[in-house]
Design a protein around this ligand. Structure first.
Ligand code: GLN
Length: 534
């Protein structure tokens, strides 16, 4: 039977609940248990797919094509488990479903209410994920901060769920902040006490506290928290700021977090195999070299907008004992080619990531041209690949007006065009080509060598594609189409095999990289950059 672990946050937002949930997942996985994580997001959007990356950070895409919160990326990377559409639940999707049922007449004339209809739907989402994965443990993180109006139905659903499922089958972990007052030289526990008392007023007594802090928590303060919050002393855990998020599982293991959780859930503890993870953290902490890799995009002010790309670059570095320093280049600053050259001078490799809309495109084209002409390792992702095709068409093939129809509907040379199945699509939510699709690699190509196999599966999120009418001309001009959809109709990977590393994909490889198993395309980029630096 699946056991449930609920994770809430108090005092402030941005406590890193997602990392804590993912870390506990790792610790349970290290004990041989199966684990899934689930995220409840209290906002009204049906999913984050329509939100600006500036507001919400990256949209993480699952194999089954769900557009989800970026925490799912952390969950997948920490627990090495592929998640899906049931693993992210928003208020918007819950209400949408309940209202659809009401319109169909499913409620037979009844008054539809937050309790029980909304809370029942939330509980049904918990069970839907359980049924799909049948995990030993299901870790459910509730977004937002205790006291927020919008998360109340989720909290109430948990309260009901916990009491229905019975003692020993569910626990609550509350993450809080202990602020440090330099004037008195103390860590303060009062905000945490208040936050727990608010949680209690909703009917939830947390069994475990995870306290974010910049300083070690003195024994006396731990005891105080235990006493005032009715939590066992061993269940007051400290979570200090770490240099790398991948250190968090080990820090929590030192405090026996998984052991405490298992005891409360009446499950026999097992020996944890964390050797590989320790080696990983050791590599992270002791790099032999550093390289600078540029990410040239337009959401560079918020690094969360590209979090999976950043993590994938780091993962590739870990495997080579190399620290990857990211240089953020705002593509709008590269519209002037001279300025672009200056910005690119000191980088060992460059990634042009995904994105939408025309802003910053000319700058991206300059970055790609610079990388191609100066043989700087380059990786293009989705929009990054589309830009690489446009750049090649303009500057090598000589089609001066080459463009994507996304940026110029009347382009005389639309080398990137709307996909056929996208032509009649209406509305923005969930309507792109989404999720995992297979791709066949050309034998002997750079991509083929990187993956070491012919058939791959990668995740997508786009409306536009390379216009097949231009593939022959582009190929004749030297651009290699090394990955195609199984029916040969969609270009998935392009490359310039004569350069050190010039590869771009229509899909998003960054969603499948793992800290201990870097993605072949990122590994290829970093390997090429290191070789060049040597
Ligand atoms: N805007 C492009 C498209 O829709 C690329 C999307 C992306 O980079 N995810 O095809």
């Amino acid at each position: 039977m699946t056991k449930y672990i609920f994770i809430t946050g108090g005092v402030v937002s941005s406590l890193g609940k997602g990392i804590i949930a993912a870390s506990l997942g790792r610790l349970l996985r290290a004990r041989g248990f199966s684990v899934i994580n689930q995220k409840f997001d209290p906002y009204i959007n049906v999913d984050p797919g329509t939100m600006s990356p500036f507001q919400h950070g990256e949209v993480f895409v699952t194999d089954d094509g769900a557009e989800t919160d970026l925490d799912l990326g952390h969950y997948e990377r920490f627990t090495d488990t592929n998640l899906g559409k049931y693993n992210n639940v928003t208020s918007g999707s819950v209400y949408q479903h309940v209202i659809e049922k009401e319109r169909r007449g499913d409620y037979l004339g009844g008054t539809v209410q937050v309790i029980p209809h909304i809370t029942n739907e939330i509980k049904a989402r918990i069970i839907a994920a359980t049924k799909q994965f049948k995990p030993d443990f299901q870790l459910i993180e509730i977004g937002g901060t205790i006291g927020d109006i919008e998360s109340l139905p989720f909290i109430e659903a948990i309260r009901q769920f916990k009491s229905e499922i019975g003692i020993g089958n569910a626990v609550s972990i509350h993450c809080t902040l202990l602020p440090y007052l330099p004037t008195s030289g103390e860590l303060k526990t009062k905000p945490s006490q208040h936050s727990v008392s608010v949680l209690r007023s909703y009917g939830i007594q947390p069994e475990i506290l995870v306290c974010r802090t910049t300083k070690p928590i003195p024994k006396t303060e731990k005891e105080k928290l235990a006493l005032f919050c009715s939590v066992a002393k061993e269940a007051v855990l400290e979570c200090r700021d770490m240099k790398s998020i991948y250190e968090v599982p080990l820090a929590m293991e030192e405090q026996n977090m998984a052991g405490v959780v298992l005891k409360m859930l009446q499950v026999q503890d097992r020996k944890a195999d964390l050797e590989a993870w320790k080696r990983l953290v050791n590599n992270i902490k002791n790099p032999k070299n550093t390289i600078t890799v540029a990410i040239a995009g337009k959401y560079t002010k918020l690094s969360d907008a590209y979090i999976s790309v950043v993590e994938s670059l780091k993962h590739a570095g870990y495997a080579d004992d190399v620290k990857v320093d990211i240089k953020w280049i705002n593509s709008e600053d590269c519209v002037d080619y001279k300025a672009c050259k200056d910005l690119m001078k000191d980088v060992s490799a460059v990634v042009v990531p995904g994105g939408f809309g025309i802003r910053g495109i000319e700058g991206k084209l300059n970055v790609i041209r610079y990388a191609r002409e100066n043989n700087i390792p380059f990786l293009g992702l989705c929009l990054g690949m589309q830009c690489a095709v446009i750049e090649y068409a303009r500057n090598v093939l000589g089609l001066k007006d080459a463009n994507s129809k996304e940026f110029d509907e009347n382009s005389p040379a639309p080398v990137i065009d709307l996909m056929l199945e996208q032509k009649n699509v209406q509305g923005y939510g969930g309507t792109m080509r989404l999720g995992a699709y297979e791709c066949i690699l050309k034998k002997g190509s750079v991509a083929y060598k990187a993956y070491g196999k012919e058939k791959i599966s990668e995740r997508h999120r786009h409306r536009y594609e390379v216009n097949n009418e231009y593939i022959k001309a582009l190929s004749d001009a030297g651009l290699v189409f090394s990955g195609m959809s199984p029916d040969g109709m969609l270009a998935e990977i392009i490359e310039l095999p004569k350069l050190n590393w010039f590869v771009a994909s229509q899909f998003h490889p960054e969603f499948k990289s793992r800290p201990d198993r870097p993605h072949p395309l990122f590994k290829g980029l970093i390997d090429a950059a290191i070789k060049l630096k040597k």
